[in-house]
Design a binder for this molecule. Structure first.
Ligand SMILES: *[C@@H]1O[C@H](CO)[C@@H](O)[C@H](O)[C@H]1NC(C)=O
Length: 330
């Protein structure tokens, strides 16, 4: 009998341990994706606002991503969201997944892991379907989550679910959004902010990059996102984040900050672009604005980070780089 009690106690302890682990791990899911090249560098592609069955130059952008991706031997691909137009996916069987993703990004170099966030258009469909592991079974390169971390050693990527931050989606009547898993909203948002803040605080990576669908600053047609300026930007500045990368405005854009080292990069040129709408911006901050299609590359080493924007012909149309002498610090 005593033996039996002891067994029960052990089982109970084990159950508690599992519950405790799940609770801690529930903070932000973390993936390790370390560089594999001999020189330790990491190369990635970033594309946003793309899923339109190959139309609006999506296929041409995909083709160039394939070529550049092969030249650079990219480690993985990041999607800044608005993965499936106009209204996300209907369910896990939605053929749009094949027509706008699997059948478009066919180059060998693009058969790497994709890390995707959700955009506002994705929230107009069945969000749980887009987040479902069933899609990863259909196409193993697919992974879309709400907020999560990819740790690449020298650089850490913090992906943030930005759609629930924007007030207007909660009052808009002409579109329906799938808020399952997001309500109560205030609790959801404060958890995201707290988790990202903590994860940035604990990060020991040389380079910290935050990725979300929505703009913080942008001269494009959507413009700035005030909710993110108010709630997210102070955290990014306090934690000395290097880059904020987003989509949402269908353009390629680079804005630098006068208050910090933070650079604002928009890679939202995955398909439909050419809105022809550019707002006035302080020329010392506006480093680059291109209203057409294309994508971005990012190369990170222990001491250097560099960004390049490519157009639909595979031409480099803007570059930026920065250096950190990490070993000379302190
Ligand atoms: C495709 O790209 C070319 C070159 O930038 C551009 O002239 C053309 O308008 C684009 N087509 C569409 C449908 O956006």
């Amino acid at each position: 009998m005593a033996m039996k009690n002891k067994t029960y106690a052990t089982i109970l302890l084990a159950v508690y341990a599992v519950v405790a682990t799940v609770h801690v791990a529930a903070d932000l899911q973390r993936f390790d994706h370390l560089p594999t090249k001999a020189d330790g560098s990491l190369d990635i592609l970033v594309v946003g606002d793309w899923g339109r069955r190959g139309l609006y130059n999506q296929s041409n952008v995909a083709h160039q991503m394939g070529k550049i991706g092969e030249n650079l031997d990219v480690d993985f691909i990041v999607s800044t969201g608005d993965n499936f137009y106009e209204d996300g996916l209907i369910d896990e069987e939605d053929s749009l997944f094949y027509e706008s993703f699997t059948q478009v990004y066919t180059a060998t170099s693009l058969q790497k892991q994709w890390y995707s966030v959700l955009g506002n258009h994705d929230y107009r469909g069945n969000v749980l379907a887009q987040l479902s592991p069933v899609l990863t079974q259909k196409d193993s390169k697919w992974l879309c989550l709400r907020s999560f971390i990819v740790n690449s050693g020298i650089v850490e990527f913090f992906f943030i679910d930005t759609t629930p931050f924007q007030d207007k989606y909660f009052t808009e009547t002409d579109h329906k959004y799938d808020w399952r898993g997001v309500l109560p909203r205030e609790e959801y948002l404060s958890n995201v902010l707290k988790e990202v803040d903590m994860a940035l605080e604990e990060s020991i990576a040389t380079w910290k990059i935050v990725i979300g669908h929505h703009t913080i600053f942008s001269a494009g047609s959507h413009g700035n996102t005030q909710e993110l300026i108010d709630q997210l930007l102070p955290i990014l500045e306090a934690k000395e984040v290097d880059l904020y990368i987003n989509g949402h405005d269908h353009c390629l854009q680079h804005i630098s900050s006068q208050n910090s080292q933070l650079q604002f990069l928009t890679s939202g040129g995955g398909s439909k672009a050419w809105r022809g709408e550019v707002n006035q911006w302080n020329p010392t901050e506006m480093k680059f604005y291109y209203d057409g299609q294309g994508f971005m590359t990012l190369r990170v080493t222990e001491g250097d980070i560099s960004v390049a924007f490519y157009d639909v012909f595979g031409e480099i149309i803007h570059t930026w780089s920065n250096t950190k002498y990490t070993h000379m610090d302190s």
